[in-house]
Ligand binder design. Structure first.
Ligand SMILES: NC(=O)c1ccc[n+]([C@@H]2O[C@H](COP(=O)([O-])OP(=O)(O)OC[C@H]3O[C@@H](n4cnc5c(N)ncnc54)[C@H](OP(=O)(O)O)[C@@H]3O)[C@@H](O)[C@H]2O)c1
Length: 275
């Protein structure tokens, strides 16, 4: 066993684990809450002992970005003799993106990439799985409330992110992926308003969408975002995307054997989310 998958309860981590299993490869799954995952090990990335235990005997890691613990992770990975880290970052970390200032993924990328192991940074844009958070709101209030309903996004299916991560892990360190950053999107640009229309078309669930002002958006999203700088960066990004189609990245098709999955596929793959 030499591959460690962090963020074990996350959808991407689960899909990578399933993919490695299909290839006959075993992996160590790590989670902050391992009790939820049979066979998983506990990982507190702020604790050197926990990191050393999880990384013992590991040569490759799939890592969820956390700038607060990135330095400790990089040191622990070097001590453990890790050869490759595949970092789940974000498109918001791109160096040429004006909205990257203060972005936690950019900081995590900088620190993790400084290690002596090979690093590949996955930079997906908006996840299709954000619709899960919309569904909680719909159930609780009968509404979906968000700012910039007319901002264009090119949301990506978590299985496509996992497929790219799997390809990089299977090719291993010493491959063409070393040192690369892979921006990734779904197959089409569409407004958030259109995504809500598609949800209704596929699920028959009517949606009362409320277009929040930026001030209301800050107020309502602050309690649920992990990092205030990330929310500021996101609001600025959404504002810039109103009326501007999102550029599409061919990464999924180039690195896997299939085109990126459309949002309607995500809705069909997750039939209970809005039912
Ligand atoms: N949502 C988007 O549109 C989007 C777009 C681009 C990039 N991203 C980035 O992709 C990552 C996952 O996003 P998500 O929306 O799927 O997040 P999520 O549901 O909050 O987290 C997924 C998993 O990541 C692990 N995790 C969460 N916070 C962590 C932390 N501080 N330290 C270590 N592990 C942590 C958890 O696994 P365990 O509890 O099992 O440890 C969790 O189940 C985040 O870094 C996010 O910023 C998200």
């Amino acid at each position: 066993m030499s591959i460690l998958i962090t963020g074990g309860r996350g959808k991407i981590a689960r899909a990578i684990h399933a993919g490695l299993t299909t290839h006959g490869l075993d992996a160590r799954v790590a989670s902050r809450e391992p009790a939820d995952l049979p066979g998983a090990v506990a990982l507190d990335t702020s604790d050197p002992t926990s990191l050393a235990n999880a990384l013992d005997g590991i040569s490759q890691v799939f890592l969820y970005a956390d700038p607060a613990t990135a330095t400790l992770f990089a040191q622990s990975a070097e001590q453990a003799g890790v050869k490759q880290v595949v970092l789940l970052s974000s498109m918001s970390a791109q160096a040429d993106n004006d909205h990257a200032t203060g972005d936690p993924h950019a900081e995590a990328e900088r620190v993790i990439s400084s290690g002596s192991y090979a690093t590949t940074r996955l930079q997906p844009g908006t996840f299709m799985s954000n619709a899960i958070y919309w569904s909680y709101q719909l159930r609780a209030t009968g509404q979906i409330r968000m700012p910039y309903l007319d901002a264009e996004e090119a949301p990506i299916h978590e299985q496509d992110i996992a497929d790219v991560a799997l390809k990089v892990l299977l090719d291993g360190p010493g491959s063409a992926h070393d040192g690369r950053a892979y921006p990734m999107t779904g197959p089409e640009s569409m407004t958030r308003r259109h995504q809500l229309d598609l949800i209704t078309q596929v699920t028959d669930v009517p949606i009362n969408a409320v277009d929040l002002t930026p001030e209301q958006g800050f107020e309502e999203l602050s309690p649920i975002m992990r990092n205030p700088a990330q929310l500021t960066s996101l609001m600025s990004y959404w504002s810039s995307r109103v009326g501007t189609p999102h550029p599409l990245e061919p990464t999924v098709e180039l690195l896997t054997t299939h085109p990126a999955r459309p949002f309607t596929t995500w809705l069909q793959d997750n039939p209970t989310v809005f039912q």
